[in-house]
Design a protein around this ligand. Sequence first.
Ligand code: ZN
Length: 390
Amino acid sequence: MSNVIRREFIKQSLGVAVGVCTGFGGLHALAAAVEKDKKPGRKFRYLGWMVGLSYQTPRPEGKHPEEMRRLVREMRDNGMNLLSLMLISYSHYDNHDGFCWPTRRKSLRCYRDEHSLNANEKTEFLGEIIEEAKQAGMHVQLMTNWGLWNPRRIVKGYPKAAVQQRADGRRTGWLHCPDNPDVYRCGQDVMLDALEQYAERGVDSYAIEFPGYGECFCSFTREAFARETGETLTPQWTQANPAAFERWKQKHIGGILKRLVDEVHAEFPSVEIWLHTACAPGRGHSPEFIQKAGIPTVIPYMMHTAGDFSDIPRNLRAVDPLPAVGHVCVRSKPFKNYAIPPKNPEMIRKFFDAIEQTTADNLAGLMFFNESCVSKENRKAVYEGIQRLL
Ligand SMILES: [Zn+2]
């Protein structure tokens, strides 16, 4: 509810109360309503969990259907209305590896997680969970990373897919570069395959992290750069023209995002595409070109580093004017190859203090990550914090 609408609502309530309410209960309720209006809080459109269906779950088979059913009820009882389902794991960070739904495209079969219960056609259960979440009034989202695929396995379905190329010619890192046609094809196949399976069950949005890069000197990126600028992409050029290079990346990656969104919307026009980004340097993301791509909402990091909440206002400013649903790491366990400290209830309480004091008006909600990797204490702190925002 906007402040103007809220003021109007209170004014109308006052009129009704003066005319009708004479008992103590009526006046008490009215006083409470006026008091609530004075609170600096906001009405969040989205509050919920992002859940790794296999990622960081304690068992090889990942989530079980009864766990997910329990979670939907628990979320509803605690005022949550957003369920984001992460459908991929990567063995660099976790013991699970691959897509955890029964992929239908032949080329995606190479990276299906055969241990995952939901990835097996006979034991697939997510469709029913999506329907139950919809019946509970939730916004349901599918989520996958773009390019955080095991390079050794993904090439069996996408032979020319390759990790990014550095200035010195070495190839390191991930398959984030969408200029590589097989990488793009895989990223698009992932989204379409998951949506073909689940959109009709009640999916409202699909979130991706990446594509994009700080720099990539693969032949495809060099060709795209030459075609679009007339210049030759070299480390010397990028170092001499850092602002122009960043601007080119933002426009170029924005154009690829637009193509992707248009292609997904051609099959699924009502499914929103969200982007998990803070528009920080290194990804080629800017609010201007994200907006032009037809992406209505972004998911910037929050509480990524423990004890420092400076990323809340910084990231909200960076993605402005796009509405932002904060991606809040509340994981309670350390995990491999990722230097992010585990979180505890005290940090989570302080995070909610910081949120209550945030004045940015593009904060549309909060998404807590990863439900599959939180302690009982952290879970309780999240639900208690949500009560402060309702
Ligand atoms: Zn490239």
